[in-house]
Design a protein around this ligand. Structure first.
Ligand SMILES: [Zn+2]
Length: 107
C-alpha cells in the first residue's frame, strides 16, 4: 500500500509536469502566428507568410503586413471597425470587415 501511494504521487507529479510542458508549448505556438489568410465572401483571396512584409489590395480594403503584424490600412466601409481593430500578430486573431465581407486571419 505504501509503495503504491508513493508511485501515485510520482505519477501525479509527472502528469502535472507533462501538462505544464504541453501547456507552455501550446501557448507558445498559439502566441506566434505564422501565416496571414485573407478571405472575401468565404473565399481565400490571399495567403502568405506573416514574416514577409507586404500590402494586399482588395476591392474595398487594403491590408498591410509589416514587422510580423497585420492591420487594415484602409477600407471604404462606413463603420471603419476593421481599421480601428489595429494590429494583430497572434494565431487565431482576426480583423473582420463585415460590410465588405472581408476576414483577415492569422494562422
Ligand atoms: Zn471595414
Amino acid at each position: 500500500m505504501k509503495k503504491l501511494k508513493r508511485f501515485d504521487i510520482i505519477l501525479i507529479g509527472f502528469l502535472l509536469f507533462a501538462s505544464l510542458v504541453l501547456f507552455t508549448v501550446f501557448g507558445t505556438i498559439k502566441r506566434k502566428g505564422k501565416r496571414v489568410v485573407i478571405k472575401q465572401n468565404d473565399t481565400v483571396v490571399y495567403s502568405g507568410e506573416l514574416s514577409k512584409d507586404g500590402e494586399v489590395s482588395l476591392k474595398h480594403n487594403t491590408v498591410k503586413i509589416e514587422n510580423g503584424e497585420v492591420f487594415m490600412k484602409s477600407a471604404d466601409c462606413k463603420n471603419q471597425i476593421c481599421v480601428k481593430t489595429g494590429k494583430i500578430s497572434k494565431s487565431g486573431e482576426t480583423i473582420i470587415c463585415l460590410p465588405n465581407k472581408v476576414i483577415v486571419e492569422i494562422e
